[in-house]
Design a protein around this ligand. Structure first.
Ligand SMILES: N[C@@H](CCC(=O)N[C@@H](CS)C(=O)NCC(=O)O)C(=O)O
Length: 235
């Protein structure tokens, strides 16, 4: 078989109709939109070069961690398939949109799944139900403890529930209003920014976790239409 890019992530099969890691899904989306053949490999963060997923193993064996670095590497080595024609201004706007997803909305999504009790009661069996006992009993608690430290350190978990969801709804409003009636964020064709927004917003809209964040996203017509449009392209 020809050498191929290998995307190393938590799971090869979708959960709730999405790749449950938005950072992994962002890279998967990018590879699909760019038309780059790839295979997936299941792994865990402690095996990753920087302790987080995703990372890729490129055709020459090079391991590249971090979704942003992966996209930059693939753009540089495969002829700028999605972002090559972007202007400086479009790139700057894309940077801001990506940061909204990855450095803000991401933590609200984490809160809704891991720390808001209705979300946790759905996530726990979906993510850990396949583990043999006794791992099924203690692994969820260990992972949740580590994430609590991270989300507390980042700051989100210092707010109350209503405040947290208000922050997330403001991010969603900004994402919907900056798109408006246009089909994609930066040009009339999808770029890596669309791959990113789709990953983060689909991870709010599709899982059966009913939170104020999801209810708000469902009311944002441009964003719902964008997800459907991207779903159509991604197949
Ligand atoms: N900046 C990284 C963030 C990746 C990230 O946060 N991945 C999460 C899963 S969505 C992870 O590996 N978490 C495991 C951990 O923190 O131990 C990227 O863009 O790839």
């Amino acid at each position: 078989m020809e050498p191929m890019i290998t995307l190393c992530q938590f799971t090869t099969a979708p959960v709730w109709g999405v790749n449950p890691s938005p950072f992994c899904m962002k890279v998967e989306n990018y590879l699909r939109l760019a038309g780059l053949p790839f295979q997936t490999q299941v792994t865990l963060p402690f095996k990753a070069p920087k302790g987080k997923l995703p990372f890729i193993i490129d055709e020459d064996g090079r391991r590249i961690p971090d979704s942003g670095h992966i996209v930059a590497h693939l753009e540089a080595t495969r002829g700028g398939r999605l972002d090559g024609a972007l202007t400086v201004e479009q790139r700057a706007l894309g940077h801001l949109i990506r940061r909204t997803c990855e450095e803000s909305l991401c933590f609200i999504g984490m809160y809704s799944r891991w720390f808001d009790e209705p979300g946790w009661s759905i996530l726990k069996p979906a993510f850990f139900g396949h583990l043999p006992r006794p791992a099924r009993w203690f692994v969820p608690t260990l992972v949740r403890r580590t994430l609590r430290r991270d989300v507390l350190g980042q700051g989100t978990l210092r707010h109350g529930r209503d405040e947290i969801y208000a922050l997330g709804c403001a991010d969603l409003d900004a994402l919907a209003n900056s798109l408006g009636d246009r089909p994609f964020y930066l040009t009339d064709r999808p770029t890596s920014v669309d791959a990113c927004v789709h990953a983060f917003v689909a991870n709010i809209l599709k899982p059966p976790i009913d939170t104020p964040l999801k209810a708000h996203a469902e009311r944002l017509t441009p964003l719902v239409a964008f997800i459907a449009r991207m779903d159509g392209l991604l197949g």
